[in-house]
Design a protein around this ligand. Structure first.
Ligand SMILES: [Zn+2]
Length: 359
């Protein structure tokens, strides 16, 4: 889910050869700012076709990790041109320690949950200069139905932070910096507060997007809100969201309860003032969003719900947001699972996980 979530390692060249996409970097098929050409080239691009990834899918998931193959780098660059993003990513040179952390993060997930992704995740691929932490996008069958997905990460961004540093950084991005108001996020105990666990939480969010592929969870992200099928039922989406077809955007059942939602922008420049932290979070607990990021888009609502449910309920890890004013803690938010505010969403989520064989 790129547009909403540009938030949303290496092995060696032999691995890339194994996945069948190793080739010299091709010269780009479009001029650097030719949006029309880029849009055309993206349609039915090899990176978005399931048959391109057949060799990758035959490998164990832990071996579908590496620098982005040339075809995928071209796809991302074209996508950035098409969306007028300035970044022009390149394939990453992988750090072995980072690869080891990604593999360990994946290996520690509950096995039944990990198995769900065996046929749905074509790989975890790394670039430099992505313009965000990572994102997930669809891979289609020959009838243009989404059937799988790839996850792209920026190797340099992923290499930097421990779990609590990363979560604190991310959750501060919607708010302008201020010396008095402070927001701290805690997703690991001190003894587990390391980079591997930051990667694991980031990975869980992206796996939430992969989980949704081809399922009636929320409208697919390649469809505009104005084009969402009037008859379609999306049990997860319908708990919180509705398409505003006239405005071609998604809206929620909580627009009056959480008016700050419209100005909640992660990563790309804060729109909310630091003094908005407390009222925003006080309002958030009147909704059924598990995190503030979940309130930004239906796809991210599901990805955040999936990540926090697996992390907190299935893996018994902490999740807490703490807001301080000076030295005084003025607000604390815990996980929404088990809380009445998220009960309906939890039922839908647990049903989806159960049906997929996660338990
Ligand atoms: Zn996301």
């Amino acid at each position: 889910m790129k547009n909403q979530l540009i938030s949303c390692l290496m092995l060696i060249a032999t691995l890339v050869a194994n996945v069948g996409l190793a080739q010299p970097s091709p010269s780009l098929v479009c001029a650097d700012k030719d949006i029309k050409c880029a849009r055309k080239a993206l349609k039915n691009h090899a990176a978005g076709r399931n048959d391109t990834w057949r060799a990758a899918l035959s490998l164990p998931i832990a071996e579908r990790i590496g620098p982005a193959p040339a075809s995928l780098v071209e796809f991302i660059v074209l996508d950035n041109i098409a969306n007028e993003y300035p970044d022009r990513p390149t394939a990453a040179t992988m750090d072995e320690n980072l690869v080891a952390d990604v593999k360990a993060a994946l290996a520690e997930l509950p096995p039944k949950l990990r198995d769900i992704f065996d046929r749905r995740l074509v790989g975890l691929y790394f670039v430099n200069g992505l313009g965000g932490t990572g994102y997930t996008d669809y891979v289609y069958d020959k009838n243009r139905n989404p059937v799988a997905a790839f996850i792209i990460f920026d190797a340099a961004v992923l290499a930097q932070k421990t779990a609590n540093e990363w979560a604190t950084w991310k959750e501060n991005t919607p708010f302008k910096p201020d010396p008095v108001y402070r927001l701290q996020a805690r997703i690991e105990n001190d003894s587990n507060d390391n980079r591997k666990n930051a990667i694991q939480y980031i990975l869980l969010h992206e796996l939430g997007h992969v989980f949704s592929v081809g399922k009636r969870i929320h409208p697919p992200w390649n469809i505009e809100p104005k084009d969402v099928d009037q008859q379609a039922v999306y049990p997860f989406f319908n708990v919180s969201w509705k398409p505003d077809r006239a405005q071609n955007r998604y809206t929620t059942n909580f627009e009056e309860v959480l008016p700050q939602r419209r100005n909640t922008v992660y990563y790309f420049g804060a729109k909310l003032a630091a003094y908005d932290m407390l009222p925003t979070y006080q309002n958030l607990v009147q909704t059924n969003f598990p995190s503030l990021y979940a309130a930004t888009h239906p796809g991210d609502d599901f990805a955040e719900s999936f990540a926090s449910y697996v992390h907190v309920v299935m893996m018994k890890r902490p999740w807490e947001i703490e807001i301080s004013f000076g030295q005084e803690v003025v607000f604390t938010l815990g996980p929404c699972w088990g809380e009445s505010r998220c009960a309906k969403k939890q039922v839908v989520l647990e049903r989806l996980l159960y049906d997929a064989g996660a338990f």
